[in-house]
Design a protein around this ligand. Structure first.
Ligand code: ADP
Ligand code: MG
Length: 355
């Protein structure tokens, strides 16, 4: 018992959410230590890595022709394996080096990685290999909906149905969980990126103006909603002023946008996610549906922060919907919990294990 406790104290348990938009790293006993965009910049010809994370994201859209800036997991599959591997290794090494730098004799880390559920078996093995070759002693993979559910505090091992919807950057993951496994799941390639694009398209058509991707994302975060806001009824919608380029004369132009029109822009995309949720509910075995109707759907991922998205889904499906605390960190919290709990680690279907 004491030995086991000592062993736990001396191990370095690292949870990593390898998201399409953000990579989040959690260290047991410390909490979230790294939160960076999943972006890699490298030399076009030599493939030499130039920057990872924030620094690489700043180059997006501004890079010269000899530098490529990639989002390795953009659509929920590993579109660029070398870049994904570089990113994963970079963070594992960074955390390990930090502890070594403190002069602590810490064994090589155990790592649990949350990955989109659409990632193929071959890619999973490859991710695991990448983690091991970056110095991990053991590498476990947890599918995102499962990790999000665990991170939200759901009792996933119990013989009862739970439903989770994680809206990320490139994918929305919807899953039904019971007895530690995914009974049903869908990885939909419609999520935050498409919401941002819908705003760009809307502004182009309505105002004949081009918005950059980062500007459109800022608009989404500043005023985006999925259901009418109370303040709109009082004639006081949320507003934001943006700068873009006029297509009439090619010159810079500023424009005021409000929450009513941005919702109009985003609704077609939100409705696609909503119909996937409907489809999953239709396919769920009746006994599990009654559990879910009672306990509700839990939302995670950056998309869960869209104003009133819970209200819309609840109204449209007739079930309770709630957003988990700090939804951007739900997956990494789940990965961390899996490492902390041997029962969970053995029950939850994880790929891989000790080498
Ligand atoms: P992933 O798991 O795919 O990396 P995240 O869960 O980190 O994705 O979510 C990133 C997405 O969430 C991005 O598309 C971002 O624009 C969006 N997002 C972040 N915060 C908000 C917010 N407050 N409102 C709406 N969307 C948001
Ligand atoms: Mg995610």
């Amino acid at each position: 018992m004491i030995l086991e406790k000592l062993w736990r104290l001396a191990t370095l348990d690292v949870g990593i959410d390898l998201g399409t938009a953000n990579t989040v790293v959690h260290v047991r006993g410390k909490g979230v230590v790294i939160k960076q965009p999943s972006v890699v910049a490298r030399q076009m010809k030599s493939k030499e890595i130039l920057a990872i994370g924030d620094e690489a994201k700043k180059m997006l859209g501004k890079n010269p022709a000899n530098i490529e800036v990639v989002r390795p997991l953009r659509d929920g599959v590993i579109a660029d394996f070398d870049a994904a591997e570089a990113m994963l290794k970079h963070y594992i090494v960074e955390v390990h080096e930090y502890y070594k730098g403190l002069g602590m004799k810490i064994p090589r880390p155990r790592v649990a990685i949350g990955i989109p559920s659409g990632v193929t078996e071959v890619e999973r093995r490859a991710v695991q290999e990448a983690a091991l070759s970056a110095g991990a002693r053991a590498a476990f993979l947890v599918e995102e909906p499962m990790a999000a559910a665990i991170g939200a505090g759901l009792q996933v091992q119990k013989p009862e149905g739970h439903m989770v919807c994680d809206i990320g950057g490139g994918t929305s993951e919807i899953g039904v969980i019971s007895l530690g496994g995914l009974v049903l799941n869908r990885s939909l390639r419609v999520a935050g990126d498409e919401l941002t694009e819908s705003i760009m398209n809307y502004v182009r058509l309505k105002y004949n103006m081009l918005l950059g991707e980062s500007t459109a994302e800022e608009v989404k975060i500043a005023v985006g909603s999925a259901y009418p806001l109370k303040r709109e009824k009082e004639g006081n919608p949320l507003q934001v002023v943006v700068r873009g380029r006029s297509l009439d004369n090619g010159l810079p132009k500023s424009l005021k946008l409000d929450s009513v029109e941005i919702r109009e822009a985003m609704m077609p995309v939100i409705n696609q996610i909503l119909s996937e949720i409907h489809l999953i509910i239709e396919e769920t075995p009746p006994d599990l549906v009654s559990d879910i109707l009672e306990k509700g759907l839990v939302m995670a991922g950056g998309g869960a922060l869209i104003r009133n998205i819970d209200k819309l889904i609840s109204e449209q499906t007739g079930m309770p919907v709630w957003v988990t605390e700090n939804p951007l960190e739900a997956v990494v919290r789940g990965c961390a919990k899996v490492l902390e709990d041997d029962k969970l680690l053995s029950k939850v279907r994880v790929v891989g294990g000790l080498r």
